[in-house]
Design a protein around this ligand. Sequence first.
Ligand code: MN
Length: 287
Amino acid sequence: MNPLGLHAMVLTVGGDAEATRYAAAIAARAGYDLLELPILDPSTLDTEAVRAAASEHGLDLATSLGLSFDTDVSSTSTAAVEAGTQLLHQAVDVTAAAGADWMCGVLASALGKYPTPPSREGWNNAVAALRDVTAHAQQVGINLGLEVVNRYESNLVNDVADGLTFLDEVGNDHLFLHIDTYHALIEETSLDGAVRLAADRLGYVHVGQNDRGDLATGTVDLDGFLAALNEISFDGPITFEGFSRATADPALADTLAIWRSPWTDGEQLAVDALTFLQARMKTPATS
Ligand code: MN
């Protein structure tokens, strides 16, 4: 079965050593294989503590981040592109130092609403930056997942078709697509069609409901989506992501427009999400 992951912010706001130990303990107790740690400021991650917590609980690790407008590699400002490239290099180094295998998220643009479509120059800047950063990730043994997000959170790569064009231009097979069902519901013609189009370029998956809560309720057809993952024999990580104003980091919650609190008990939500995923993902015939 795929490594099943939990986004740490379902459990805890903080990214310090204590919060990471807490999240790792809860994720492992629930039965998850992987913990995804947000590293919006990579310099603050306590890599030794993270490595130790993951090892103690037998968890794989992934990291995730989105760029800001000051570090937007799809900008036409040289300063922003340079700052973003430097931040992504630092994030790759922190990811490797923590012992994680994957770094994913909104890596090629700012995480935020743009007033216009991307310019050709901005697109080319993003391609060049990701070519550089992916080569570095390859050197240190990390895979990158380019998260395909909806139009209100980026203007660059909003569906799998955009993502495949971007990957082709970067031209390094250590850069994969990362589909998130919350975003795909808004942008794709169909969830299963998006999976089939991505095929072997798909590396990492976020499962989330339209209200960012319980996987078993909501309008995202997760049964169809997960069946399509089984059909293409997807074997990468599938990570549950949920957000509630009650538990999320306030700054990230503002960026993601998390105004409400559809749930308050992150541990119960995590347990229920894992049960939901385990019931639907195919176990290989031999393991
Ligand atoms: Mn996501």
